[in-house]
Design a protein around this ligand. Sequence first.
Ligand code: 8BR
Length: 431
Amino acid sequence: MSLYDGVIDWGIKRAQNSKMIALGFHSVIDGLVKVDSQKIGNLDIPIPRDLSEIPDSIKCAEDFWKGLIFSFVNGSALQLMIGSKEVYEWIMKTFGTGTLRLGGTSANMAKGLVPFPFEKILVYVYPLKKEIATLFPNSKNLFVVGKKGLDHPINAYDGEGIDAIHWIFEFSEGQSITINGKTYTCPRSNRFIASWNPVNSKLEVRDPFKSYVIDHAEEISHFLVSGFHIMQDIYPDGETIEDRIDELLKFIKAVKDKNSKMKFHLEFASIRRDRVRKAVEEKLFSRFDSLGLNEVELSWIARDMGYDGKDILNLDVERISRVISKIMKGNLSRVHFHALGFYLLALRNYDLESQKKALAFASLAAAQRAMDGEINLERFKYMLDVPEKYDYKEWEEKGIHFVLFPTKVVPYPKITVGLGDTISSLGFVLG
Ligand code: 8BR
């Protein structure tokens, strides 16, 4: 029997029987800008050779150009936070907003979950202005907490304006720019992301969402948390990342006091700042039930623990499982690692059969979304014919059950952005 037999019908039924699923705290507007080299002209800036020469946030125009040039010349993706209002205004004046699209881990997950018959997907959006509200899909099972309780974002927004934007500067293979009078060609299509999100950088859980979730905790079965990658080490008012994480833990405790059965998932995402990443690892991992991440993210965690991150990037399964075993402390009893071609799931005390089916469903969804650009349940069946390239494996080590699950990979993906969010969220809520 194949790992994928009967999985589509199983996933639909499972979704139909679901309770409310909550998603916080990272919903933003992405502004897509196709970089026009002609407009940039000659840049008089030294080219950063490696990541150590890149500032950890954008504090002036030169920092911005350094990040962009690094991505462009090396063909590698890079994301930096914008650290000053002046630079934000300068980028807005220079490039405009670009084409607006819904972005952020929580909004991406919402977009990936609403096409399925889940009863209620509740997403945190702050500030809920018209511009972001209108970018959400028009689905009956999608909700925010508005002034009058649960509502679709389009009926609940308050005012207009763009307070937070994640600019995605895209460039294509073969495109060239001039730096210090010399021409450089982009080796691979890629992007540089510059994010402005000061209102959410403290990851504050605000009302009315906060009190709604505490009051209605019994109705919620799963809560997926993300947004740490936009946090700072120390804030201008002296608060630290550790203070902010303690505040989040108070919220989680208040919710758990009302519903101890609710499962919490942490979606890691690319946390570049060392102190923020370590605070998440040390203070949060053991307090969550489940963790989702990719090979780059796990390689950073491995490095923080004193291991070599390269083995993880090279997808050495033994090393990956060793690092995962080390982080599974306290409540953390499920880790879903995803890479191209396979998932590695580590479990303690879970229903293995439904976890495996959930992975298969997530794999079909990711492949179909990669192929067509958006989820279309009708087309899942065609993904069943895509061959897997890895062999299924299952083993146990020090009380942890590991599953190496072969996934469907489509040859010419239309999109890859947001696929990790689809994989992690479906795997967690269906499992
Ligand atoms: P992140 O968003 O966390 O980087 O995760 C991306 C995931 O998307 C990969 O781990 C892989 O599982 C999946 N993926 C990619 Br990238 N390309 C894919 C493709 N062509 N078909 C199916 N899945 C893909």
